[in-house]
Design a protein around this ligand. Structure first.
Ligand code: ZN
Length: 458
């Protein structure tokens, strides 16, 4: 009996110690005792315009207990933030702003020190600390930006050229922004500090306004209005009645090619999916490929009028807003964003301007489609081809036969769907097919801009 009792006592003792060790190990590994220093997220050196607050992200597993931000203008320290956090936060963002008084406005450089302590009980309950120092280059001067020359007007659905200058010792980005949110990239043009961009007014947008934006590394921003005369253009609205022969013929054949329509048996629904969802996917590819703009300096850029098909007649125009009806009910709608041309069957399609083939393959409703990059963000595409003579990566020269017309994709008869894209936006092909338009809106604008740049740099 005695032996048994002492055994129980010893066992209890062991269990007791194990529990203490276990508890200690548990606590040491719990967030309450974590040993990781808080993270301070801000670059090692930054540019600052003294206006916008400097944002610093702090994070820690046990939470941020306190933080402090000290700015130095090269002469003295300013404690601009110091706080004990009532409820420790795992993630927080602090905003460092200029001290109310005493800052030396003539300093070109400054520094910032961030000190953070977490809510861990490690370090005899004091927690873990981090310190980060940041070098600051002060730049409160806004970039200069000015428009040198631009096309006199822009039509709804059309294109325009803008040449502008932008300078700053810490320039970060220059581009053209529009009232509908689209940003057009600019290419360095002729001499350092000057830029050129083709811009476009998408057909469905009711209004158009564009301006140059130049931003420097410190966040200073300058806007320069582009004085374009805007011309609204009415595009045709056409009502098209869907015929059973079309729905059960071409559309049914096409439906088998796409995952989205392979299992749909309703002919009208099949058409709707092809005309809306597949079209969207195919256009997105065109927009993506047609959005690339080089960042190399261009000295000269021009194109000859595009005439992709000889002796052709127009069979459908650009910008048509098409409404499709079946048995008197509207079932779908879409914009026709190219010019349809037809001559004989399997006619030769000609590249009217040199360029690089950026796509040559099947693109859903566009069928077999080559797409050519002519530089400055201008692209041409050729839909419904029966055969393709070029491959992606080929350089084509003026007059080269690139493909033959056909009726692949969503096309009834043999024709060419000729599309022109400016930085991902489909534009009126008629402008780029017109020698006068090109002379007045492109050639002469570049000419004027070059003369002005030469004069400014004399
Ligand atoms: Zn078409």
């Amino acid at each position: 009996m005695r032996r048994k009792k002492s055994n129980i006592g010893a066992t209890l003792l062991v269990v007791f110690f194990l529990a203490i060790i276990g508890g200690a190990v548990y606590l040491a590994n719990s967030p309450m005792f974590e040993r990781n220093a808080p993270k301070i997220e801000v670059a090692d050196s930054i540019f600052w315009n003294l206006k916008e607050p400097i944002k610093v992200k702090l994070s820690d597993d046990s939470g941020i207990r306190s933080y402090k931000a000290v700015l130095n203008d090269g002469i003295s320290d300013f404690v601009v933030l110091e706080e004990e956090v009532a409820t420790p936060q795992k993630e927080m963002e602090i905003s460092v702003t200029l001290p109310r008084a005493g800052w030396n406005r003539r300093s070109a450089s400054a520094s910032m020190r961030i000190e953070v302590t977490d809510a861990s009980n490690w370090n005899l309950l004091k927690g873990n600390s981090s310190v980060k120092s940041v070098n600051i280059t002060i730049d409160s001067v806004r970039p200069t930006a000015f428009v040198l020359a631009n096309s006199y007007s822009i039509k709804q659905g059309g294109s325009a050229l803008v040449v502008f200058g932008a300078k700053d010792k810490n320039l970060k980005s220059v581009y053209i922004k529009t009232s509908f949110g689209k940003i057009f990239k600019a290419e360095p043009f002729y001499k350092p500090g000057y830029y050129a961009a083709l811009i476009a007014w998408p057909v469905p947008e009711k209004r158009f306004r564009a301006w140059v934006e130049a931003t420097d590394l410190a966040g200073n921003l300058t806007k320069a209005h582009i004085p374009l005369f805007v011309e609204k253009q009415r595009y045709r609205r056409s009502n098209i009645t869907l015929k059973d022969r079309f729905l059960n013929g071409k559309v049914a054949d096409l439906a088998m090619e796409f995952d989205e329509t392979a299992n749909i048996s309703d002919p009208v629904e099949r058409f709707r999916i092809i005309n809306e969802e597949i079209r969207k996917r195919n256009e997105e590819l065109i927009h993506k490929i047609g959005s690339k703009v080089s960042d190399k300096l261009i000295r000269r850029w021009s194109v000859k009028p595009f005439l992709p098909l000889k002796n052709a007649k127009k069979v459908a125009s650009f910008g048509d807003h098409r409404f499709y009806y079946y048995k008197g009910k509207k079932v779908s709608e879409s914009y026709h964003l190219g010019l349809d041309l037809a001559s004989v069957k399997m006619a030769d399609i000609i590249a009217s301007n040199p360029g690089r083939v950026v796509y040559s393959g099947y693109n859903g409703i566009y069928g077999n489609m080559p797409m050519i990059d002519h530089g400055l963000g201008l692209y041409t595409l050729y839909g419904h081809c029966s055969s393709l003579n070029v491959q992606e990566g080929d350089d084509v020269s003026r007059g080269e036969r690139i493909a033959k017309t056909g009726k692949t994709g969503l096309a009834l008869g043999d024709h060419l769907h000729f599309g022109i894209v400016v930085q991902g936006v489909e534009v009126r092909p008629v402008e780029w097919m017109d020698a006068h338009w090109i002379k007045n809106n492109i050639v002469s604008i570049f000419h004027t801009a070059r003369k002005m740049i030469d004069r400014r740099s004399e």
